[in-house]
Design a binder for this molecule. Structure first.
Ligand code: PHB
Ligand code: FE
Length: 335
């Protein structure tokens, strides 16, 4: 598998926006050897080895996650060919580098960028290419169309911030509980989810320090899909619950083992080789199922109706190097 050590080529230049607009009203973006253009239906990517095309809805949904998650852990594959890999400070952007057929044909291409200029380029692209009425975080049935010539923008959607709890949700000083009045209505798929909160009776001296909240109620009011919130952190363990509908917009190639707990309904996962995208497994998770996604695969979830998923991440610094070097096996348990 290719690693960051294979070549070190960091492009420092800021992104260049060519403008004002193409015939559809969109700006184009250039960074390093890459150029991005959009038309009514597609995102076009050009690099020194050739060109690539994606449906613009799939591209924008993936771009939204890559930006919101700050390039995330490891590989954010927009599909089987194009994506980014986070090296924490720098980011690798590629066409075909982690695709066996592209590698074999020699049509793969990648460059390394400092995170900040690539982030600025991606964010500017998102701002310009998302039209009024379209929210890349929303389920397709709950938002407008991404297609067509440029019409307006949607800053409320593209600047959506993932909720990060610093204490326990609902305790003074932390994220408020979601309410109708706060604009967080119960999703149409979760009208049967109980909305009562637990009673907390703190011993004297522990008032304001002991809390509890109804996680199912909280998730039933999530306005976005495939966007984990961090609801509990204990040392390097992060509990990241999320609600899912339609397709995880990225094929995530994790650089560490990641656990999934299916809290409700059902998600089908396709699991592919991280380096080549060859199919490895299909995993059907029903409510109550727990799975560990190994560190040497990429995974993508399909949720036929809105479901609740707990993603459990190990944030131990340097873990990615211990998996990459083979010090740790790619799976958590030896049977
Ligand atoms: C993942 O890549 O593991 C992932 C990302 C976002 C989600 C769920 C899972 O909502
Ligand atoms: Fe993942």
């Amino acid at each position: 598998m290719a690693t960051a050590q294979d070549e070190v080529m960091v492009t420092r230049g800021p992104h260049v926006a060519h403008g004002p607009d193409n015939r559809y009203g969109y700006r184009s973006f250039e960074i390093g050897g890459f150029r991005f253009e959009r038309d009514e239906y597609f995102a076009h990517i050009t690099c020194p080895k050739g060109s690539y095309v994606m449906s613009v809805d799939a591209f924008l949904r993936a771009l939204m996650r890559d930006v919101a998650w700050g390039f995330f852990y490891g590989w954010v594959n927009f599909d089987e060919v194009f994506g980014t890999c986070n090296h924490y400070g720098s980011v690798e952007m590629y066409v075909g580098t982690y695709n066996g057929a592209y590698r074999k044909a020699g049509t793969d291409y990648r460059e390394y960028f400092l995170s900040q200029p690539l982030f600025a380029c991606f964010k500017a692209m998102l701002d310009d290419w998302v039209n009024e009425g379209y929210d890349p975080f929303a389920a397709p049935l709950e938002t407008g169309s991404p297609y067509g010539s440029k019409h307006g923008s949607n800053p409320g959607a593209v600047n959506f911030q993932r909720e990060v709890a610093t204490r326990i949700v609902g305790l003074p000083g932390d994220a408020p509980l979601r309410t109708d009045a706060g604009g967080r209505r119960i999703n149409r798929a979760f009208t049967d989810v109980a909305q009562d909160e637990p009673q907390v009776h703190a011993e004297p001296g522990f008032e304001g320090r002991l809390g509890g909240f109804n996680l199912f109620r909280y998730l039933s009011r999530s306005p976005v899909t495939w966007n984990p919130s961090i609801c509990a952190v204990i040392r390097n363990s992060a509990y990241c619950p999320t609600t899912e509908e339609f397709i995880l917009p990225v094929e995530h190639g994790n650089d560490r083992v990641e656990w999934f707990v299916q809290l409700s309904d059902e998600i089908e996962w396709t699991v592919k080789d991280k380096a080549t995208a060859e199919p490895r497994a299909r995993v059907i998770m029903k409510a109550g199922d727990v799975a560990a996604m190994p560190a040497d695969i990429r995974h993508q979830g399909y949720s036929p109706r809105r479901s609740m998923l707990l993603v459990w991440e190990n944030m131990t610094p340097g873990l990615e190097k211990r998996y990459a070097s083979g010090e740790l096996p790619p799976y958590p348990v030896e049977f």
